[in-house]
Design a protein around this ligand. Sequence first.
Ligand SMILES: Cc1ncc(COP(=O)(O)O)c(C=O)c1O
Length: 468
Amino acid sequence: MPRDYGRLMAELAESYRQHSPKSAQLNERARQVLVDGGNHALRLIDPFPPRVVRASGAYIWDEDGHAILDFWQGHFGNILGHNPPEIGALLAEAFAGGSGLQTGFTDRLQIETAEILCRQTGAERARFTTSGSLATMYAILLARAFTGRNLVMKVSGGWHGAQPWGLKGVSYEPGQGFNHLDSQGLPPALADELLLTRYNDTQMLTDQFRQFGDRLACFIVEPFIGSGGSIPAKREYLRAARQLTARYGTVLILDEVISGFRFRAGDMGALYGVVPDLATFGKIMGGGMPVTAVAGRADILNLSGRAGGSKVKFSGGTYSGHPASLLAAKAMMTYLAEHEQEVYTQLGELGAKARLASEGAFAAEGIYSRCTGHSDELLLGSSMVHLHFPYRPDQPLDCPEDVFDPARCDPTLSEHVLRLALLQEDVHTVHGLGSLSCAHTEADLTRLAEACRCVARRIKPYLALPSV
Ligand SMILES: Cc1ncc(COP(=O)(O)O)c(C=O)c1O
């Protein structure tokens, strides 16, 4: 049975109000004009988020004057830290020179940025858009048009953004697990058109392909499932996904919005020797700006262009290929390609130390925890860290069911209690911690360990409470 954190959360909320009175006050004002006081649910920490005034490197500063060590880093996008001077200076120079905000044209920058993206990911063609949600939606439209089929398969616990074919099986609900639509207002047919499969379960995937394969337009899967628990795909699983999709004429879409440029200067699929039909990129590739892409096979992407009869309306977007965004994207991808070895080695080492530091801090207080985020496939290591609290040391952490089923792990502790408690130690986290950037230092990890130790001491008495 899940533990009852009601009293602890109330106490944490009260001490947080005292810790951050200005943010608390601003939240009241925000709620008068913005739904729940903001624009993105994950940012709206309960009872209120810190209101940020500036950010640099590994830190953010809030209205109350706290310097907060940040492990979310721009929704995992800011791999060089917040506001890296390399990108900021470039944008400032462009704006000062009267360029960057014109939109509605084509230019050399679009070509150069697409050339880098295709070179680093092995894609034949790319098209830019402005959000990961749009990218995955377009990729699925392309797949459905290409195959002439309707069924879409996704992973339970996988998040592909807020677009119709992403909104089933995202959140874990008691009694239902992941098997439900996550939003109202969707076309009713979606419930049947979207099939769910368990991450890293090759047998289930094989069985489902046997049953539905010749009706499946696409299988969309993250090679590293992000909000589903920071879990890398197993090699045999991703390879089986490639083989099965090829055998049944199904389009394999790797959603690399999180994993792209996170573990190497390009796609993660390459680390597995898996070439998808389409891939989606965002976050890191944009250098902090809103730019994403669908990239992959020319014959599929061309369905949105003249050569393919313009059958798929992946053809608009006021801000698609926006010059300021592409300037940042080109600079970021170029930087990562030129500094690949040093950047990813540094990130891998920091990630390993952050996982050890956080697990060690809880262990020192007698609380068992285990981090996901790494696997042997990630040759230069991993900068992703998700601290879980399994009830048993032998609990596998291979799929979202493992980490979100409250009978196996304590997701409330990992996702909510930890976050609010760490915030009061001036450490900002998401999904059981988050990610490292090149701006994080050893001293930051010492600070993380101390903060985790304080939190462990604070929550320990509540873990011993009888379950409700
Ligand atoms: C794997 C994945 N795909 C798609 C998206 C949606 O991207 P966006 O928030 O830019 O719409 C996200 C966002 O976190 C993501 O993690």
